[in-house]
Design a protein around this ligand. Structure first.
Ligand SMILES: C[S@@+](CC[C@H](N)C(=O)[O-])C[C@H]1O[C@@H](n2cnc3c(N)ncnc32)[C@H](O)[C@@H]1O
Length: 336
């Protein structure tokens, strides 16, 4: 009950909304897949254009309430499914003219503030961090995995420089007591020599745990691959990222599917790939000054997009190999 109240009370601000709309051009009609429905900020805006249809997904079951309100208004043009976007290919889309697929990664403010989800370092009680449709929680990770495993998660998913000492102190603490959210914050605080940080001392560890618990690396990689496959000619794949790890993956994938490798004029000529995507703008789109003034938390948002050149289902990419070290760390979750 409490979670619902929190969700409803929080003002929602869809990030880079005008920019997303101008990139996907819904005024020409077609079907759009909103992979991260949240509170429906993007979906609602697309549906304002008459010839559009929206298929919306979200892993968080709480999104369903908002989705039902939209469904009442647009029963013919809106469809919602509680699904992880890596499973996009499970949707039956045979006759859909898919003109845009959008991702707004990360968490909504309502999720961060929801005490039941325990995503924030201000949360009380047991560690959780599950967004929805998960297999294990942060409680399992912190109280069950080995020292080196926790260290790798914090180092590679959170870029936490003190991963070694934090994981050592986690193991020491849990010999006597189960670690809850505020215990973890204390452990991190005591592990840090330099406490003069601009960001909260627990930010990086909590980010790492959220990414691991929600399998965000494989979600993103397979979400992108499957989107690239099902999009129709002239369709746009657009992604808003919030942290550098996500952005690194999206940037690599877009470059990988849209650019021929530069060939040295001294090397024998090799056949150039007939690529399916075009990247018309290499630099990401950032929030405007006005948006930053109105919504400070949009400051790290970056929008990147590519346009499909042809109707082909086969996509050539080595993104899985490129990020295999991160995918390997994610597999530690199979033990839980
Ligand atoms: C930043 S919010 C999106 C907000 C949305 N654009 C709006 O305007 O209301 C991100 C949403 O994506 C969802 N999400 C994150 N990862 C997901 C995944 N792998 N599959 C499906 N939904 C996911 C979260 O549950 C959350 O509701």
């Amino acid at each position: 009950m409490e979670a619902t109240i929190v969700q409803d009370d929080i003002k929602h601000y869809p990030v880079l909304l005008n920019e997303i709309i101008s990139v996907i051009s819904p005024q020409h009609g077609g079907t759009f897949i909103d992979c991260t429905f949240g509170q429906g900020g993007y979906s609602k805006e697309i549906l304002r254009f008459k010839k559009t249809k929206v298929i919306a997904l979200d892993r968080d079951f709480e999104s369903k309430k908002k989705a039902n309100q939209i469904l009442e208004k647009f029963p013919e043009r809106f469809y919602f499914k509680n699904l992880r976007f890596s499973k996009l290919n499970n949707l039956k889309l045979k006759n859909e003219n898919i003109k845009g697929i959008i991702f707004d990664l990360g968490y909504s403010l309502a999720q961060i503030k929801n005490p039941n989800k325990g995503l924030s370092f201000n949360s009380q009680g047991e560690l959780n961090m599950m967004m929805g449709l998960n297999e294990f929680s942060a409680n399992d990770v912190i109280n069950k995995l080995e020292k080196e495993e926790i260290e790798n998660i914090l180092k590679y998913f959170g870029d936490e420089k003190d991963a070694k000492i934090i994981s050592k102190n986690i193991i020491k603490f849990r010999e006597k007591n189960k670690i809850k959210t505020q215990d973890l914050v204390d452990i991190i605080y005591k592990s840090k020599k330099n406490r003069n940080f601009k960001i909260h001392i627990a930010t990086k560890t909590f980010q790492a745990l959220r990414i691991f618990v929600n399998k965000e690396i494989s979600e993103l990689i397979y979400g992108l691959i499957n989107s690239a496959k099902i999009l129709k000619k002239d369709g746009v794949l657009a992604v808003v990222t919030f942290h550098s790890l996500e952005d690194r993956i999206v940037k690599y994938f877009f470059k990988n599917i849209s650019q021929n490798k530069s060939v040295s004029r001294y090397e024998p000529k090799i056949e150039q790939k007939d690529l399916s995507f075009l990247m018309s703008q290499k630099k990401p789109i950032n929030p405007s000054k006005k948006e930053l003034e109105e919504n400070q938390s949009s400051r790290s948002a970056k929008l990147r997009f590519v346009i499909k050149n042809k109707d082909s289902f086969e996509i050539e990419t080595d993104i899985v190999e490129k990020f295999s070290d991160l995918l390997e760390i994610e597999k530690l979750g199979d033990k839980l």
